[in-house]
Write a protein that binds this ligand. Structure first.
Ligand SMILES: Nc1nc2c(ncn2[C@@H]2O[C@H](COP(=O)(O)OP(=O)(O)O)[C@@H](O)[C@H]2O)c(=O)[nH]1
Ligand SMILES: [Mg+2]
Length: 313
């Protein structure tokens, strides 16, 4: 595929077009994913999550500059914000802020739309990560608001997860409720210029003390995205986490586990599609439906009839 050749060559327009292909799920998507797959697995994926307003976009922006300047690594950024009430309004804001990077060929930024089901969003995001990976990005930063299941699922694609907190008791509670406290590999207490940062750091530490069994104790890093404070510390801790996991063979096993569930997901999805198509073509669903409507059989019995027919195929 020409698009893939260009993508592998590091062509940025091809990168953008390939992400559009996976986002829209057009016919060429399957071929594209198959062709890029052998070229994936090289990027290190970092998830950045936390409550709305915690400073995730600011941090991604500043961290990107830090990684470019200090480490010379290329950075791909995916921003997912399904909670945005404006169609792309907040995302556009993120883009404007990131304008400094537009001229840097070592940075590629993409906002993922809210189109499609939530499950579809997380699938498309994971596929976009693969596109950036094949496109040669060394580091991939995925920003997502820590709300629903889908956002948690997107984080399954990350090798290291940074949970961004801000001073104030409410933030920790909100984060705990959303279930993203336990997925953290690193805590970044952002807005440390505001009052209460020390207390937040102490509270997170106290919470971590409750679980002494864990192999990796997430470090708690103080950052101020606004004035670039703590970025070095943050990135060093991400690298430490990476090294620790690689050293223990855990990175490989967790990637393997992720691939296993990805294959399973695709199998189930394709099976569902296949069955839906079969039911539509055969009219089997319509034929039992009338009996369900008449209270002759219940949905479970209807399903048994349909399945027994399908199994014979
Ligand atoms: N005081 C302070 N404000 C910050 C800091 N980082 C970000 N902000 C502000 O917090 C607001 C939300 O930031 P944003 O990056 O959009 O948060 P997101 O919703 O988590 O992506 C913006 O007004 C930022 O300027 C910081 O370190 N200190
Ligand atoms: Mg944001």
């Amino acid at each position: 595929m020409k698009l893939v050749d260009e993508l592998l060559d590091g062509n940025r327009r091809a990168l953008a077009r390939a992400i559009t292909v996976v986002e829209n799920g057009t016919a060429e998507k399957k071929d594209l994913l198959a062709e890029i797959y052998p070229h994936t697995g090289n990027a290190y994926v970092i998830g950045i999550t936390g409550s709305p307003g915690a400073g995730k976009s600011s941090l991604v922006d500043r961290l990107t500059e830090h990684i470019r300047k200090k480490h010379g690594l290329s950075v791909g950024i995916i921003a997912v914000d399904p909670t945005s009430p404006f169609s792309g309004g907040a995302l556009l804001g993120d883009r404007i802020r990131m304008q400094d990077h537009v001229l840097d060929s070592g940075v590629f930024i993409r906002s993922m739309g809210t189109r499609g089901s939530l499950g579809g969003l997380s699938r498309a995001t994971k596929e976009a990560i693969k596109v950036l990976d094949a496109g040669g990005m060394n580091i991939i930063l995925v920003e997502t608001v820590g709300v629903g299941q889908s956002e948690l699922d997107i984080m399954n694609a990350a090798d290291s997860i940074v949970v961004v907190l801000t001073p104030g008791a409410g933030d920790i509670i909100q984060t705990l409720k959303a279930g993203i406290m336990e997925i953290a590999d690193i805590f970044a207490v952002n807005k440390a210029d505001l009052d209460g940062a020390d207390r937040t750091i102490t509270e997170v530490g106290a919470m971590l003390d409750l679980d002494k069994e864990r192999l990796w104790r997430p470090p708690v890093v103080r950052v101020v995205a606004l004035n670039n404070y703590g970025l070095d510390d943050l990135f060093e801790n991400i690298l430490k986490h990476k090294e620790f996991f690689e050293g223990q063979g855990l990175l490989q096993s967790s990637r393997q586990l992720r691939l296993k569930s990805e294959v399973m997901d695709v199998v189930l999805d394709q099976l569902k599609e296949k069955i839906a198509r079969e039911l539509k073509d055969s009219g089997d669903l319509e034929s039992v439906l009338e009996r369900v409507v008449n209270r002759d059989i219940d949905p479970y019995q209807a399903s048994d009839i349909i399945l027994s027919k399908l199994m014979k195929l």
